[in-house]
Design a protein around this ligand. Structure first.
Ligand code: FAD
Ligand code: DLZ
Ligand code: SF4
Length: 518
């Protein structure tokens, strides 16, 4: 087919659909259909994404375009700075329709409700059939999840996960879970030691394509959050797979045991650092789980590591996507605890005397990455304790991480981290005082605050905020069975002690409201 001839179908591939196995490509005819990929301002700025996230995605898109061409596809690729670029998916599809006169549009469902909603009018506005296929990179479709959820009183991840193990056969011995238990999390709570060997994720040297993208991002998105360089992300399937192989060899063995640990200066510990690749389509979820199962069955990784890893992907990742499509659009504005405070400035700068928060935010600025416990128990925990508006917290997480797309980020933030859905996703709020952070990390040793001080000047802010959170949210939380013990402790506390906690916490919250340093 030459460059101008009409095509049969226009196959739109979005920036997080970079897999040759996309349902849209599998349903297309390589000889007669044409692929469309577009870099558009609307997607790069609907939240002001981290510079590294934009660079990763544009470079991965450009590399995928090359792979498609090599595989024999005709591709129309619109660069961000191409003349006439309208800046939106719809505008670019419209222009392509005028250029190529297709009989219809074909695509795989997008990952965000916002984008799907926008597509509802395309058929009518373009006067062409628009066929939206399901995304078969996932092991549970939104319809299957809805069926699973129907009639259940509680939608707990653990039950869903067990059903997914049965469905896929992953880590199963016939009808039973391998090792006789579904979950080995109790073995996965060791703090790390700095004298242990720390692997680091595979770093890829930017090639010419990536260099061009880095220049583009530096010029066009200079005022976005985060550092652009050094840029070392994999941007092809081949390099992403090599990065995962590196994880299997060097980190999987310890992945489970130190999954909840945090160490000063260690940004990655034994985590896989693959979520950006997986969510963009460079890696395949089921294949990763199978590789990990094989490593376990070949004696290369212990069961607590293999099960822990598989649970994150087969359990949590699939489950949060199910919740997202079940509950959107209302889910995005949930605020069960009526939290209204603005996000503190140090979420953007990392400038705070709280060592744990400074570490998590600084590495987020540098790498567009923080691992789960940093997201949940440091930045998430602080925002929840301080009563920050969950929609501001959500926007922050969506913006700052290279792996963030609403389908995965929103339930993690609104549900798991901020308890803003009132307990649909998490059975209790993920809150802790400084004690937990001290147990799981070495941050407190070099912090300006004293973790063992509960109240007054110099006390770790997490301590008083923890009790203040429980106290002020008692009307919402008093009947939560999992909070029975902390509420019993609070009620037994001497009134003077309670008042000390209250006044220390109020002084901290006041500082936040006055935008004073903390
Ligand atoms: P590892 O710790 O090595 O885990 C392996 C894989 O398991 C991850 O790559 C990821 O694909 C999957 N996984 C683990 N936990 C979760 C989870 N809770 N939900 C979904 N998948 C999970 N993950 C995202 O992919 N995108 C997000 O935007 C995102 N936002 C989050 C926001 C908050 C507030 C919290 C608490 C968690 C969020 N997570 C998100 C989940 C998790 O923190 C990241 O998936 C993980 O840190 C990615 O690093 P990794 O690849 O090294 O993961
Ligand atoms: C995140 C993102 C960015 C920054 N830019 C683009 C883009 O220019 N073109 C594109 O096709 N996709 C981009 N994306 C990913 C989309 O936001 C994502 O496909 C939708 O949010 C649906 O998940
Ligand atoms: Fe964080 Fe408190 Fe420890 Fe400082 S003392 S690092 S603020 S938990």
């Amino acid at each position: 087919m030459n460059e101008t001839s009409d095509c049969r179908k226009l196959v739109l591939i979005l920036g997080d659909q970079l897999s040759p196995d996309m349902s849209s490509l599998r349903h297309a005819d390589q000889k007669r259909d044409r692929v469309l990929m577009v870099e558009v301002m609307e997607e790069a700025t609907y939240v002001r994404h981290h510079k590294k996230k934009i660079a990763f995605l544009f470079s991965a898109m450009r590399h995928f375009e090359q792979e498609l061409r090599i595989a024999g596809w005709s591709v129309d690729y619109v660069r961000l700075d191409a003349s006439g670029n309208t800046g939106s998916f719809k505008g670019e599809v419209k222009r392509a329709v005028a250029r190529l006169n297709p009989e219809g549009i074909l695509l795989t469902e997008p990952g965000e409700w916002r984008v799907l909603e926008g597509m509802q009018s395309w058929q009518e506005d373009l006067g062409l059939p628009v066929e939206i296929l399901s995304d078969q990179r996932f092991m549970c479709s939104p319809a299957e999840f809805r069926a699973w959820a129907t009639g259940r009183k509680q939608l707990r991840m653990e039950t869903f996960y067990q059903d997914m193990r049965r469905k896929t056969g992953l880590l199963m011995d016939g009808e039973n879970p391998v090792g006789g238990k579904w979950n080995f999390d109790k073995e996965n709570r060791k703090p790390a030691r700095s004298d242990l060997f720390m692997p680091s994720p595979k770093r890829v040297r930017p090639d010419k394509v990536t260099r061009e993208v880095l220049d583009l991002v530096e010029n066009r998105f200079a005022d976005h959050f985060g550092s652009l360089e050094p840029f070392w992300f994999a941007v092809t399937k081949q390099d992403a797979e090599a990065a995962f192989e590196g994880f299997l060899e060097a980190s999987l063995e310890n992945f489970g045991t130190y999954q909840d640990a945090m160490l000063e200066g260690e940004k990655f510990l034994y985590h896989a650092v693959i979520s950006a690749y997986l969510n963009a389509g460079l890696l395949d979820a089921l294949t990763l789980c199978r590789q990990v199962e094989t490593a376990y069955r070949e004696g290369k990784a212990p069961l607590n590591a293999a099960e822990g890893f598989i649970r994150q992907i087969l359990g949590w990742r699939e489950y949060v996507r199910g919740i997202y499509w079940l509950k959107m659009p209302a889910y995005a504005s949930e605020n069960a605890l009526e939290a209204r405070r603005h996000l503190p400035d140090f979420y953007w700068t990392g400038k705070t005397r709280m060592k744990c928060v400074a570490e998590a935010v600084t590495q987020t600025i540098e790498e567009a990455y923080a691992h789960h416990i940093q997201r949940l128990m440091v930045t998430g925990n602080f925002a929840l304790l301080a009563g920050v508006d969950p929609s501001e917290v959500h926007e922050w997480y969506l913006m700052v991480y290279a792996d963030a797309y609403e389908w995965v980020e929103l339930p993690n933030t609104i549900g798991m981290s901020q308890f803003a859905d009132g307990g649909l996703l998490a059975s209790k709020p993920y809150i802790s005082s400084g004690n937990y952070i001290n147990k799981m990390s070495d941050y407190c040793r070099s912090c300006s605050y004293e973790v063992s001080r509960k109240t007054g000047e110099g006390a770790c802010p997490f301590n008083a905020l923890y009790w203040h959170f429980l106290d002020r949210n008692e009307p919402h939380l008093r009947n939560n069975p999992r909070l029975g013990q902390p509420y019993a402790t609070w009620r037994k506390m001497a009134p003077e002690k309670q008042d000390q906690y209250r006044s220390t916490a109020e002084a901290i919250l006041n500082r936040l409201d006055q935008r004073e340093e903390l």
